[in-house]
Design a protein around this ligand. Structure first.
Ligand SMILES: [Cu+2]
Length: 443
């Protein structure tokens, strides 16, 4: 342990216990040290506008402003052994039996009513810190086994936001988060997303001129959450490795190389289930059930929106091999258009808009070579690059119509969502959670 117990206690008290008292102390110290000339300067500037604590308060769950839509978000904590690359398991900690936890999707201005329940048989307390909120962090503190806690807040700012376990009043928070206790909130803008404008060129009368394609705001949507696992040989969390940034595996939606071809794809494309069509296919058997790898299918020329959250320690240099990211949005601000790679720091999200122009196979990576080779390669297939329609006598615009997209890569529907034609069960789910989702998704 690098932190002393006292240091953790002081930090925990600052975060969860006595923030208000401490800011009062800081406030009075400032007042005592101010002098007349400073007061005059402030007066000359037109005075100070103070943001009062009221603006950062949680909403009283029993007294919610009429007219606001209330969205309940119920999570439970569950520690469970879950599979990792190489046929072993690791000691995962989860929200509701899955890594990442369930995605919450709301519209800007909605009230989120978050309830975290810790079952009696959980070996440790947990908490939930939701980055989509703006409030005093007291309610994020530990919830004991056998207890539950509810808090409410208004989702004021659109974008993607992390939520994560806060450990035991932040003690062991690193272990809980990096073992899997993280998830994402998507806050849709109140008026929906903007249409996507993509610059291009055309030839008119034998001359190259500027052109542009405009796509409706409606898009086929995916979610990708990046993290690292730091493990010892027994599959336990290794804090020493975390401090040294020694990644054991890079995971996307909880799994390394979870979105690569499997035996069924081999058979369709090569006519032989045992002839691998990709360099690594570690989740390659029907026996693996929800853990068998899958691919992400889109139409060529379709507006695709990818919600991304970086849940852990390493930067994500998000890049799609063979494509240019048409638009990058954070919050509700467009930060880039036509960029090759976009960096997403720890606990940061982004919304990527992309049109895969040509039918083909595209790998979305964290363009840190250590991350690619430890698991951060995710395969998109656009259109019908393998001529399967001819082979099968079909006319599918996307293989999703024939094979389906993986459930864990697809967020709940929101503003401007194009529904996926077909979904399959896929993800780092406990068997219990997989059964629940199967019936929820009607599979
Ligand atoms: Cu926890």
């Amino acid at each position: 342990m690098l932190f002393s117990v006292t240091a953790v206690a002081v930090l925990a008290a600052t975060l969860f216990g006595s923030t208000y008292t401490q800011s009062q102390i800081v406030g009075s110290t400032l007042a005592a040290s101010s002098n007349d000339s400073m007061t005059q300067k402030i007066h000359d500037m037109g005075g100070l506008k103070l943001v009062m604590p009221q603006a950062f308060a949680a909403v009283d769950c029993d007294n919610i402003e009429e007219g606001r839509n209330v969205v309940s978000f119920d999570l439970y904590a569950r520690s469970a052994d879950l599979p990792i690359l190489g046929g072993k398991t690791y000691q995962a900690m989860t929200f509701s039996g899955q890594v990442p936890g369930p995605t919450l999707r709301v519209t800007q201005g909605d009230v989120v009513m978050m309830t975290l329940t810790i079952p009696e048989d959980e070996p440790t307390p947990h908490g939930n810190d939701m980055h989509a909120s703006q409030m005093h962090s007291g309610p994020f503190g530990k919830v004991m086994p056998g207890e539950s806690r509810t808090y409410c807040y208004v989702a004021q700012v659109p974008g993607t936001f992390k939520y994560h376990c806060s450990g035991v009043d932040i003690a062991a928070m690193d272990q809980h988060v990096l073992s899997g206790m993280y998830g994402m909130t998507i806050v849709d803008p109140l008026k929906g997303y903007k249409p996507l404008v993509v610059d291009s060129t055309a030839v008119v009368d034998g001359e190259v001129v500027k052109d542009r394609n405009t796509y409706s705001a409606d898009a086929l949507e995916f979610q990708l959450q990046y993290a690292q696992l730091y493990l010892n040989d027994e599959g336990g969390y290794d804090q020493g490795k975390m401090f040294k940034h020694e990644t054991t595996y890079t995971v996307v939606n909880g799994m390394s190389f979870g979105y690569v071809p499997n035996a069924n794809h081999n058979k369709l494309i090569k006519g032989d289930a045992n002839k691998n069509i990709f360099v690594v296919q570690p989740w390659n058997s029907d026996d693996l059930k929800q853990y068998q790898s899958q691919l992400l299918f889109v139409e060529a020329g379709q507006h695709v929106r990818v919600f991304i959250e970086n849940q852990a320690n390493e930067p994500v240099y998000w890049h799609v091999v063979g494509e240019i990211i048409d638009r990058v949005t954070q919050g509700n601000v467009v930060h880039a258009k036509g960029t090759e790679t976009w960096m997403i720091g720890g606990s940061q999200g982004a919304i990527m808009d992309i049109v895969f122009d040509e039918p083909g196979v595209y790998a979305a990576v964290n363009h840190d070579y250590a991350a690619i080779f430890t698991g951060a390669a995710t395969i998109f297939v656009a259109g019908d690059p393998f001529g399967l329609n001819e082979q099968l006598g079909t006319n599918a615009q996307s293989y999703s119509e024939l094979l389906g997209n993986p459930s864990d890569a697809v967020p709940p529907t929101g503003k401007n969502t194009i529904e996926h034609p077909k979904l399959n069960l896929h993800g780092l789910y406990t068997d219990e959670r997989a059964d629940e989702l199967k019936s929820e998704l009607g599979l």
